[in-house]
Design a protein around this ligand. Structure first.
Ligand code: SF4
Length: 938
């Protein structure tokens, strides 16, 4: 069969990299970066490079939803049903709720991972057909503060800069963004720019010293939530030192006097004290920002996910306006979108408070324009429920039917106890999803299978306003349908019930017909794309908006003429005061819990979590703590701790981290109940990190403060521990993970993750060997049948397995070895009751070391390793499977200065030479490991 190459985009982050998908027939066989795509010029990060592996049949068969299913009652196994029946059922139930309780009794919760066409269909369905603004999206958790900040100051939700500005900037201010992990390919550009122009100043402001800080000339470890105070303080210094641009302020802005009065109180001494930063660093940052020829700010969730999210965005933009650092190459406030199409959702108005094409819901003319375009008498005027409010309303019984598409609120929303109550209380829950393992699927009355990456057709817009075509490389698997198609099929049935006899509002045969209507909605607006077409995207590649009729290309930068889309054409300074965190640390909850991303995982891990190799960098859920805090409480690395907030508690192993300041804790946002769980003594099932996080939100943007929660951390005393791990056939590993996940609630603490010994990615058209790890702890041993279930799922119930059991002492060991090529290897092991031997048994199994010498010691609790086995190494370079141990070894032999040693390391081990995602960590490791010759000389 002839291989085919299809041009499309990566479905993960807002960088929006172009990909070339290789396929044969209905099978995706490979992925490469698209050298012609202007977002990445051929580069991909670890996540993008492994996309094709997530589509392998062995993975898809175990993870995909392939037919509609109905759950006869809550808690029961879902049963298949035909599409027509499923859609009729959904239309009947939604029509019934609307009839009994009105249109605001239903809610649609959708996703920044939908394509623009999908989004457009859902937005019209809710606002045009049902007549409710109760449509919101997971972009609310990601971008709504950026939207509000731009609108408040610049007049429109339009990022004014582009990626190429990184090459023109003389100062980069990266604040509230771990770009190295969250936008890796953009970070590669920043590294290149810094290498080409070492004089470019890089300032990184973040409570954690993340990998992004490895490139910083100035690192500002500000206290969590104090960004507004920092920005006001920088403006204060700029004013005092005469570093503002009076000409720009006078010509292009309004409201400066009020702001100047506000920041008068924000003296360097006051700011240094509130933010926890040295005064000299504040002066340096202010000087570099204001006096550099071009300053570009890059920011993300650290500003957005905050109860002061709008103020943080707007007060950063103040700095650009006050110094004239906007509207020229290399300058401007550039908000990085988290998701691949958060921008597209904003463009179609797919949020509860927005209307199509950046129109305002409160503006009667704008509502009339949208109603006329859609052919309906009106669209509702009052804003709908935003994400947190929507689930609160469902928990309160106000919203009775929920439609959830392409997102996983049972993992990602804060305050999971309320979210789960909402999903249980709602009369009817539809979940439209590609992956059966998403936690939200467990609550669905109706499951509708959707297509996903490699199968979809439409457009997305990345952070720099660039619209790209998404193309299908393979047909939809099973009975899966495109998201827009499901919305349209449902809408047509619903309108037959709500407005019988009238012509359809949804006459769309394909994605392009939806897009053309969206295009028309932008005519005359700031994001006007009336000059763009699918044909132009095909012929000329991705394009930035605006691109008006008659234009040959879009605009790379906005506001170069100093004219802003406000009534008087002037940008507006925002005189917003600093407000403390919604939930500051205090005596009962003395730690700041910060959340953030891992390098190799994406969101709730429904896709990245299917690949064991992406767990090589961070293998299991942990809470990172400052070493001094751990020492003070007698907590050792790996000890289980309770992390408790006002909403709940989770159990998780502790790990020391020098990235954090004292009294700070960090848990990655990805660890939901699918990977980290257990059951509290009151019977409550623990639901990952968001069992802890706060639903408090910014009053303007309604974006919740996911970045910060006040918690306490206490050492747990769970003496009975369990570790099971085994290599499993590719076709079984993920199924075993799903089944083991169901057993997590049988223990006070449990975690379950896949692992792999992946081959270097350059050769990877297979998964490598895949295994599953199950870890648990409790006060006493569980019933023997629970252990037998775990053994069976790990393939340890075979006759050749060796066993030891001491029921009285709660001890049990099961080991399976295989002979291969004259060697004995460990295939699986269960240590129950005493897991101290993990330190040597786990490396023996995972690194596939010869196991013939271990004999009976494998079965003896408390036995020491018969030969010296080093600790399990961590994978730093995912592309070439290079571990931290190998890097440390090699670095001891590398000589020269830091850059020479890094080059030598890369030359010898190849680490960091393919996707580059590990380069920031390599840079840190170079600093941390002095050369052997250097240390001897010293
Ligand atoms: Fe995908 Fe990585 Fe590019 Fe983001 S940076 S779009 S995750 S390849």
């Amino acid at each position: 069969m002839t291989p085919t190459t299809t041009r499309s985009t990566c479905p993960y982050c807002g960088v929006g990299c172009g990909v070339l998908i290789e396929s044969q027939g209905s099978q995706i066989t490979g992925v490469r970066g698209d050298p012609q795509h202007p977002a990445n010029f051929g580069r991909l990060c670890t996540k993008g490079q492994t996309l094709h592996l997530t589509a392998l049949p062995a993975v898809a068969r175990q993870t995909r939803l392939l037919q509609p299913q109905q759950r006869p009652q809550r808690g029961a196994e879902p049963q298949p049903l035909a599409w027509d029946m499923a859609l009729d059922l959904a239309a009947d139930r939604f029509a019934d709720v609307i009839d009994r309780h009105g249109p605001d009794a239903v809610g649609f919760y959708v996703s920044g991972q939908l394509l623009t066409e999908d989004y457009y269909a859902f937005n019209k369905l809710a606002k045009g057909l049902v007549g409710t603004n109760n449509i919101d999206t997971n972009s609310r958790l990601c971008m709504s503060s950026a939207v509000a900040g731009y609108k408040l100051t610049l007049g429109a939700d339009a990022p004014p800069a582009c990626y190429d500005d990184v090459n023109h900037a003389s100062c980069l201010f990266i604040v509230g963004s771990n770009t190295a992990f969250a936008h890796p390919v953009l970070f590669r550009r920043i590294e290149d720019a810094k290498q080409k122009n070492p004089a470019m100043k890089v300032i990184v402001a973040d409570p954690r010293r993340t990998d992004t800080a490895s490139l910083a000339d100035l690192f500002l470890p500000l206290q969590p939530g104090t960004d507004v105070m920092l920005f006001h303080g920088l403006l204060h210094i700029m004013l005092w030192e005469g570093w503002t641009d009076a000409v720009y302020i006078a010509a292009h802005t309004s409201g400066f006097d009020e702001l100047r009065a506000l920041v008068r109180e924000c003296t360097p001494a006051q700011v240094a004290q509130v933010c926890g930063l040295p005064k000299e660093d504040l002066y340096t940052a202010a000087r570099w920002f204001a006096q550099s020829p071009a300053t570009l700010s890059l920011y993300c969730q650290g500003l957005n996910q905050s109860s002061s999210g709008t103020a943080k965005n707007a007060t950063l933009i103040n700095l650009h306006l006050a110094t004239g650092q906007i509207g020229k190459p290399g300058a401007g406030p550039f908000s990085l979108t988290g998701q691949p199409n958060a921008m597209g959702g904003r463009e179609v108005g797919g949020l509860a408070n927005l209307l199509s094409a950046h129109r305002d819901m409160a503006n009667p003319e704008h509502r009339a324009e949208v109603a006329a375009l859609w052919g309906v008498p009106s669209v509702p005027a009052h804003p709908g429920k935003t994400a947190v409010e929507m689930f609160q309303a469902a928990a309160d019984g106000e919203i009775r039917a929920l439609w959830i598409a392409c997102t996983n609120p049972a993992q990602s929303l804060p305050d999971q106890a309320t979210v789960r109550r909402a999903l249980q209380r709602a009369e009817f829950v539809v979940v439209q999803e590609a992956y059966a393992g998403a936690a939200t699927c467990d609550y669905a009355d109706l499951l509708l299978p959707a297509t996903t990456w490699g199968e979809k057709d439409g457009t997305v817009t990345n952070s720099e306003r660039r619209i790209s075509r998404v193309r299908a490389a393979v047909p939809a698997p099973g009975q899966a349908r495109h998201d827009w198609r499901i919305a349209v099929d449902f809408a047509q049935r619903l309108e037959a019930r709500l407005r019988p006899g009238l012509p359809t509002l949804f006459p769309y045969p394909d994605a392009e017909s939806l897009w053309l209507e969206h295009r028309e909605s932008t005519r005359g607006r700031d994001l006007d794309i009336t000059g763009l077409s699918y044909a132009m995207l095909q012929q000329q590649g991705p394009q930035q908006w605006p691109l008006r009729a008659g234009d040959s290309q879009g605009r790379a930068r906005l506001y170069e003429d100093g004219v802003f889309p406000t009534p008087d054409g002037r940008a507006r300074f925002a005189a917003l005061p600093y407000a403390p965190l919604a939930e500051p640390r205090e005596a009962r909850y003395p730690f700041s819990l910060i959340t953030g991303r891992l390098r190799d995982q994406w969101h709730g891990m429904t896709r990245t979590g299917t690949l064991g190799r992406l767990f090589g960098h961070v293998p299991e859920p942990v809470v990172a703590l400052h070493p001094q805090d751990m020492a003070r409480q007698g907590i050792r690395s790996g000890d289980l701790v309770y992390v408790t907030s006002r909403r709940g508690a989770i159990l998780v192993p502790a790990q020391p981290s020098d990235e954090l300041g004292p009294s700070q804790a960090f848990i990655a946002m990805h660890w939901g109940g699918e990977y980290l769980g257990g059951q509290a003594s009151n019977g409550e099932v623990l639901a990952g990190v968001n069992a802890l996080t706060s639903p408090a939100f910014c009053p303007t943007s309604r974006q919740p403060e996911l970045k910060h929660t006040a918690v306490k951390v206490l050492k747990a005393d769970l003496p009975w521990t369990l570790l099971g791990l085994a290599w499993l056939p590719d076709a079984q590993a993920l199924g075993a993970h799903a089944a083991l996940r169901a057993l997590m609630a049988r223990f006070p603490f449990a975690a379950c993750v896949p692992f792999a010994n992946g081959v270097p990615l350059a050769q990877a058209d297979t998964l490598g060997r895949t295994g599953v790890l199950f870890r648990a702890a409790g006060h006493v041993a569980p019933a023997p049948e629970v252990l037998e279930q775990i053994e069976a799922l790990l393939g340890l119930d075979t006759r050749d397995a060796l066993r030891y059991a001491d029921q009285q002492r709660g001890q049990r060991r099961t080991v399976r070895r295989v002979q291969e090529g004259g060697h004995t290897r460990l295939e699986g092991v269960l240590l129950a009751g005493d897991t101290q031997a993990e330190a040597w048994i786990r490396p023996v199994l995972q690194e596939e070391l010869p196991a013939e010498t271990y004999g009976r010691s494998l079965l003896m609790p408390g036995a020491r390793a018969p030969v010296n086995v080093g600790p399990r190494a961590r994978t730093v370079c995912t592309c070439f499977q290079v571990t931290d141990a190998a890097i440390a070894d090699e670095l001891a032999r590398c000589e020269g200065d830091a850059s020479q040693r890094l080059a030598a390391l890369q030359n010898r081990l190849q680490c960091g030479t393919q996707c580059g995602s590990c380069v920031p960590e390599l840079r840190r490791l170079v600093q941390a490991h002095p050369a052997r010759t250097a240390s001897l000389a010293a």
